[in-house]
Write a protein that binds this ligand. Structure first.
Ligand code: KDG
Ligand code: MG
Length: 403
């Protein structure tokens, strides 16, 4: 049995912060897992170093489920993004080790490929509608089958999802959080125009998506969904905060626009009612924040019973280790829907060399044993951690709102 001999946390900032767990065994194989929680990175690093790693040493690295249960039930304090990101990092690293020892890519251990590749969506964003459409065309030229459209809103100085960069979106910055200002009425007037012009310019053969980023109430989301019905969106994402899962009933009563939610979920319990009542169409929980491959498969299993498909979050703040794990999961799970792909910068890719690739709008994790991602520790050590916060958001009268 491969015994865990050491584990350590590597914090690096190749353009943005990433937290990685590396687990070594006495059989020579090692595994890595992503533990990045954007804007709160060091909390997970400490949870791992101070509380999880001492419990791992000496354990059989093959016993993934038992170690998962030990860390979840054994902590007494269940769930929450810090705990579940730490468990996820251990879980990913153990799947990586199991794959390496078996000489197989992780997706083979999960049942093998259930499709040729994972359809991904890219982010087209611009300061106005014309610029967003121009960028969407660039994605289509690169073979993407699905594109998310976000654009600046007239009258608002900054809008979620719009960045100066062409292909990378990086909202975390500053030694204190930036403050942005939000107007629901300005936004609600603008978005249907974005999709009317978007459909006219891009045609009907591309899937179009949009992220509301938790800004609306359920009834407002119902109205927006109804206004967008003529443009046949693939999904409307995070239309309203989802702590109150029953709130999605109200949205469903008013629109047939498909709904996606889950990027800040960390457990199947966050999605249970949403899935069981079929209040959503896509579950967007991630491998890193929702307890790793082991727990994500459990969520997908429940979702499959209710015709809810997966659509894992894949922003740049999830490291290439998470991206690889999501692709092994996505390739093998029966109810895969789509995978978000916000590509990483060249600096990040150099620290995390990886086997996954994109071709004709589909991504494949590659066939290297394990997850197929490594970390160049010498290069990682050259990029020192920099505190960076996600922005906060206020209404025009100064009231705090969801960012
Ligand atoms: O850390 C926050 C980002 O991951 C988030 O703002 C990106 O909403 C997002 C998305 O859909 O990619
Ligand atoms: Mg989102």
């Amino acid at each position: 049995m491969p015994r865990i001999t050491s584990a350590r946390v590597i914090v690096t900032c190749p353009g943005r912060n990433f937290v990685t767990l590396k687990i070594e065994t006495d059989e020579g194989a090692y595994g890595i897992g992503d533990a990045t929680l954007n804007g709160r990175e060091l909390a997970v690093a400490s949870y791992l170093t101070d509380h999880v790693i001492p419990c791992l040493i000496g354990r059989d690295a093959h016993r993934i489920e038992d170690i998962w249960q030990y860390l979840y039930k054994g902590a007494y304090w269940r769930r929450g993004p810090v705990t579940m990101s730490a468990i996820a990092a251990v879980d990913m690293a153990l799947w990586d080790i199991k794959g390496k020892l078996a000489g197989m890519p992780v997706y083979q251990l999960l049942g093998g490929a259930a499709r040729e590749g994972c359809m991904v969506y890219g982010h087209a964003n611009g300061s106005d509608i014309a610029e967003t459409i121009e960028r969407a065309h660039e994605y289509l030229e690169q073979g993407y089958k699905a594109v998310r459209l976000q654009s600046g809103v007239p009258g608002l100085a900054a809008t979620y999802g719009v960045s100066g960069e062409r292909f990378y979106y990086e909202p975390a910055k500053g030694s204190l959080p930036d403050e942005t200002v939000w107007s629901t009425s300005k936004y609600m007037r603008h978005v249907p125009q974005l999709f009317e012009k978007g459909r006219n310019a891009l045609g009907w053969d591309v899937h179009l998506l949009h992220d509301v980023h938790h800004r609306l109430t359920p009834i407002e989301a119902g109205r927006l969904g109804k206004d967008l019905e003529p443009y046949r969106l693939f999904w409307l994402e995070d239309a309203t905060p989802a702590e109150n899962q029953a709130g999605f009933r109200l949205i469903r009563q008013h629109t047939t626009t498909p709904l996606a939610v889950g990027e800040i979920f960390n457990s199947v319990w966050d999605a249970k009612q949403l899935i069981e009542e079929q209040l959503i169409d896509y579950i967007r929980a991630t491998v890193v924040h929702a307890g790793g491959i082991t727990h994500l498969r459990r969520i997908a299993g429940l979702a499959d019973l209710h015709q809810v498909r997966t659509g894992c979050h894949g922003a740049t703040d999830l490291s290439p280790v998470s991206m690889a794990a999501a692709l092994h999961f996505g390739l093998s799970v029966p109810n895969f829907g789509i995978q978000e792909y916000m590509r990483h910068t060249a600096e990040t890719d150099a620290v995390f060399p990886h086997a996954y690739s994109l071709s004709n709008g589909l991504m494949h994790p590659g066939d290297k044993p394990g997850l197929g991602v490594d970390i160049d520790e010498a290069l990682a050590a050259k990029h020192e951690y920099k505190r960076a916060y996600l922005p906060v958001n206020r209404l025009e009268d100064g009231t705090m709102w969801s960012w």
